[in-house]
Structure formats: structure tokens, C-alpha cells
Design a protein around this ligand. Structure first.
Ligand code: GDP
Ligand code: ZN
Length: 306
């Protein structure tokens, strides 16, 4: 039998077949050891082959090759990698200008990561109804900024709007990683798209609040008549590991275009002469907030594990 892993506890795996039946499976022993670099051999999103192995027992026999996957290091400095989820068609990030304020650096880090994984990213600007005049201007400015770079941006009020046609169109038939700070309105939107989901709003998991290191598992939900979403409780964003410093600018699409015009082909766009990125910055062709995010990612020793 074939299906998709929708949930796991680390020892049990819920697999959904194409007729929407759910099977609780275990892993066949030898799968567990297949790739020691990863802490978890089978993850949410995986397409798996499984079979009946007892009265009501099922076991996963094999995994199909992953189209993509997102990861994080299992613990700081560890060489082992934890795969969060796989086979993602697109990443949707929900942003609010206030209550809570989403920082542009967070947005840019998310977008860089999505670019590095080759996962198309879409930005949802929520709580438009809460914006005062100044915040509304800010929202419009951000939307223009990211649209110009090439990202799809949608403004909405998850609580107040009555049609979500554009969002439905985007999600239709796809598996969407759905992210954003806690409190931005993710659950509110999902419940409006499919009331049978009945997700508790403003839910913050206790383990997350306590700040202890706990393994959080992603979960896949069906949004009826629409598609699948992957929720990653306790993980606000995405993190890329192992991007060499000299490649960070490749994941800023507006910078990527200009790279051939830098004098040095290993230009870091910080203090080299004849740098096309710095020139574009001076001419306001690259936004200062984007460049600041670039510097911030650059300054982190992202490649120290290599
Ligand atoms: P989540 O943590 O991202 O799932 O956020 P929730 O869906 O739980 O929303 C957090 C709070 O924001 C709840 O009290 C929602 O009612 C409220 N909220 C969500 N979307 C909107 C919106 O578009 N406008 C307003 N005014 N409030 C919203
Ligand atoms: Zn340069």
C-alpha cells in the first residue's frame, strides 16, 4: 500500500492513503538506521510504501525519494539534522504589522530559506482591519516592496473578510507549509477556509512557552476541498543550514540579477569596489531593509559547521 505520512510521534506514523483512510504504522527496523545524519528517518510529507504486518499492525517498508525537505539542526552545534517535513509545494508566511509586529528581518530569513530549498513563497498580510493610517501605509509599502522583488503578496483580514478566493486558488491541490509568528491569525484563517478543522485559536503549546528543548513534530492537515497544510508547532520560521556566505546573495532575487555586474565574482557586497549591489542600494533599487537582512544573515557564522 502507498500513502503519505501526516503525523508522527517518533515511534508511530500516521499514514493516509489516497482514499483518505488513516493507518497507524511502525517502521521496519532497517529503515531506522538508513541515514545516520538524520535524527528521523521518516517525516511528515513522506510518500511511503507500507503493509499489514499483523492483526491490526502496519509497517512502513520504504520511502519514495523526497522532492524536497526542510530541516533544522537537532540541537545547537550538533552534526545531526532533524528533518521537519518533506514534499512541500509552497511556503506561505502570514505577517502582521501590529499585534504582533512581524519583523522584516524574520520575513527575509524565511524567504532566503525558501529560495534555498527552491520552495515558492507567498506572503499573506493579515489583520488589515486593525491597521491605523500609518500602519496601513506601512503594509502597502511592504507589499509593494515584496511584489517588486517577485513574491506574491495578499492583503487580508482573516476575521472579517468573507471570501478568500485568491488564497483558495493558491492552496488548491497543493501541500502548503503554513508559518508565521504565534498570534498572527493562522488558525483563524484555516478555520474560515474549513470550519470542520476547528483549530483552537491563540493556542501556544505549554512545552514551547517553557523554553525547554522539546522535539516538535510537524503535522499535516487536510483543508477540505482545498489541499493539505503542514503546520510546524513551536517553529515560527525556517532555518537553512550550510549556506556558504558567498552564496547568501543568490537567495535575494533582486541581488541575484545584479551579481554579474559586480567587479569580483566572489564579491560579498560589503566593502569591495565596483559592487553592483552597493550601487543599486545607493540608487534605491535595492531596499535598505533587504540589505540589512542580508548583512545580518552574512554576519552570522552560517558556515561554521561546514
Ligand atoms: P495563530 O496563533 O497564528 O493561529 O493566530 P490566531 O488565529 O489564534 O489569532 C490570534 C488572534 O488574532 C485571535 O484573537 C484572532 O481572533 C485574532 N485575529 C486573527 N485574524 C484577525 C484579523 O484579520 N483581524 C483581527 N482584528 N483580528 C484577527
Ligand atoms: Zn558586490
Amino acid at each position: 500500500m502507498k500513502g503519505t505520512v501526516t503525523k508522527t510521534t517518533g515511534s508511530f506514523y500516521w499514514v493516509r492513503d489516497d482514499k483518505d483512510n488513516i493507518y497507524e504504522c511502525r517502521l521496519r527496523g532497517n529503515l531506522r538506521l538508513k541515514d545516520y545524519k538524520f535524527t528521523n528517518p521518516v517525516v511528515v510529507g513522506d510518500r511511503v510504501i507500507f503493509e499489514k504486518s499483523g492483526e491490526s499492525d502496519y509497517s512502513i517498508q520504504n520511502i519514495e525519494k523526497r522532492k524536497n525537505y526542510i530541516v533544522r539542526r537537532s540541537v545547537k552545534l550538533s552534526k545531526q539534522i532533524h528533518i521537519i517535513a518533506s514534499n512541500i509545494d509552497q511556503a506561505v508566511l502570514m505577517i502582521t504589522i501590529s499585534e504582533p509586529k512581524t519583523y522584516l528581518e524574520f520575513v527575509d530569513r524565511y524567504l532566503v530559506t525558501a529560495e534555498a530549498y527552491h520552495i515558492p513563497a507567498i506572503l499573506l498580510f493579515n489583520k488589515a482591519d486593525l491597521c491605523n493610517e500609518k500602519e496601513a501605509e506601512e503594509m502597502t509599502a511592504y507589499i509593494n516592496l515584496y511584489r517588486q522583488i517577485g513574491y506574491k503578496c495578499i492583503e487580508l483580514s482573516a476575521l472579517k473578510d468573507d471570501s478568500f478566493d485568491e488564497i483558495r486558488k493558491i492552496m488548491k491541490g497543493k501541500t502548503t507549509l503554513f508559518s508565521g509568528y504565534s498570534g498572527v491569525g493562522k488558525s483563524t484563517l484555516l478555520n474560515r477556509l474549513d470550519p470542520s478543522l476547528n483549530i483552537k485559536t491563540s493556542e501556544i503549546s505549554e512545552s514551547f512557552k517553557s523554553g525547554k528543548h522539546t522535539t516538535t513534530f510537524a503535522e499535516m492537515h487536510e483543508v477540505k476541498n482545498l489541499g493539505m497544510i503542514i503546520d510546524t508547532p513551536g517553529i515560527k520560521g525556517l532555518s537553512v543550514i550550510d549556506i556558504p556566505k558567498e552564496e547568501i546573495s543568490h537567495y535575494f532575487p533582486e541581488m541575484l540579477k545584479l551579481l554579474p555586474d559586480c567587479k569580483f565574482n566572489n564579491c560579498t557586497h560589503i566593502d569591495e569596489p565596483s559592487c553592483a549591489i552597493k550601487k543599486a542600494l545607493e540608487e534605491n533599487k535595492i531596499d535598505i531593509s533587504r540589505y540589512r537582512s542580508y548583512l545580518s544573515i552574512f554576519d552570522e557564522e552560517v558556515d561554521k559547521y561546514r
